[in-house]
Design a protein around this ligand. Structure first.
Ligand code: GDP
Ligand code: FO1
Ligand code: CA
Length: 323
């Protein structure tokens, strides 16, 4: 079976790790291939280094080296470089970067600087974390640099835009966003293999990733949304919203900016033109109306790998029923 998933950072990574556990350990399926199309809108250049938080979160999670507590970065990392940068007065300091994580950004920046594409660089990093051995290909949604910016109300000054990471990490998304704009998006073709992975998939999965700044950005890549609409495979998603609130992060602030209700139904509405199946939490059972998508409810909290595997299994079961 060919499985293609669109993914942001922590929610996407934990879901894909569960999916692999479900396939390989629970079902004994060693053949199925998983292609993950990762969000690059969060990417940022700091200290001259290109940082791809969502791709790295997937790499570290599948590599078994992620800091589980925070969900991103390397477990047990030290912060010598960051401290030295602080002592130098080099800014910004609001983005926490560990030493081992720094090495990833240095290698990526070096390889990009030598003319390799982000896809090629990501493949090299994926080899380091043994993704091919797990039957996973991680593709950036696009090789063209894109960056999500957040437009804020600036009082008498009108409005100003900040990088998504500044809004999310430094401002904790507490400042209302007027809108999101993605620099470079209209001229960012899908990376090699992305449209193919959607066209040839037997199943397309939407993990419980942020519907606006993770999945929403990927869907904005020219041709992506049409590929989902036209796909022969069932598209099955998992709600990142449980009982009217995100499980973690600030998806509620993102949805508010789009005037979309913070609910499983609100998120499904954003995918209405291509979504065939939708998994909601038991708390939200009965909250969806209409005949499409087909809805099933279960405990959607990914407390551990086995829990995420159970959810991924339910998504596969639903897609099989829809095929
Ligand atoms: P980010 O890039 O690190 O923000 O990660 P993603 O975009 O992949 O996912 C973020 C979303 O995952 C948030 O909106 C959370 O509500 C959702 N999420 C995180 N953990 C869980 C979980 O255990 N269950 C469900 N259903 N959603 C989750
Ligand atoms: N998230 C934070 O909330 N604070 C940080 O200091 C931070 C640093 C960081 C460094 C590398 C990396 O790959 C991710 C990092 N994240 C951090 C997570 C991440 O940038 C955001 O949570 C997501 O991109 C939001 O979707
Ligand atoms: Ca992210």
């Amino acid at each position: 079976m060919r499985i293609t998933a669109l993914a942001g950072g922590v929610g996407g990574a934990r879901f894909v790790r569960g999916l692999l556990h479900e396939l390989r350990e629970v079902r004994g399926d060693t053949d199925s291939e998983v292609v993950v199309i990762g969000n690059t809108g969060d990417d940022i250049t700091l200290f001259g280094l290109r940082i791809c938080p969502d791709l790295d979160t997937i790499l570290y999670t599948l590599g078994g080296v992620v800091d589980e507590g925070q969900g991103w970065g390397r477990v047990g990392d030290s912060h010598t470089v960051q401290q030295e940068l602080a002592d130098l007065g080099a800014l910004p300091q609001w983005f926490g970067l560990g030493d081992r994580d720094f090495a990833t950004h240095i290698a990526r920046s070096q390889w990009l600087g030598q003319g390799q594409s982000l896809s090629e660089v990501t493949t090299r990093l994926a080899q380091r974390w043994r993704l091919p051995e797990q039957g996973v290909r991680l593709l950036p949604a696009t090789d063209t640099p894109i960056e999500t910016h957040v437009v804020l109300d600036d009082g008498d000054q009108g409005e100003r835009a900040v990088h998504f990471q500044q809004w999310w990490v430094q401002m904790q998304a507490a400042v209302p966003a007027r809108r999101f704009t993605v620099a470079g998006l209209a001229q960012a073709p899908p990376a090699p293999g992305v449209l193919d992975a959607l066209r040839t998939a037997d199943v397309i999965l939407l993990p419980p990733s942020n519907p606006v700044v993770s999945i929403g950005i990927i869907l904005g890549i020219p041709g992506l949304r049409d590929a989902l609409r036209g796909s022969r495979a069932p598209v099955v998603g998992v709600s990142p919203i449980i009982g009217g609130a995100p499980v973690r992060g600030h998806a509620d602030a993102c949805l508010a900016t789009l005037d979309v209700e913070v609910s499983a139904a609100g998120v499904a509405g954003l995918y209405a033109d291509f979504l065939d199946g939708w998994l909601v939490d038991d708390a939200d059972a009965g909250s969806m109306s209409g005949t499409r998508p087909t809805v099933r409810s279960l405990d959607l909290r990914m407390r551990d790998v086995a829990g995420a595997a159970r959810i991924a299994g339910a998504a596969l079961d639903l897609s099989a029923d829809l095929s």
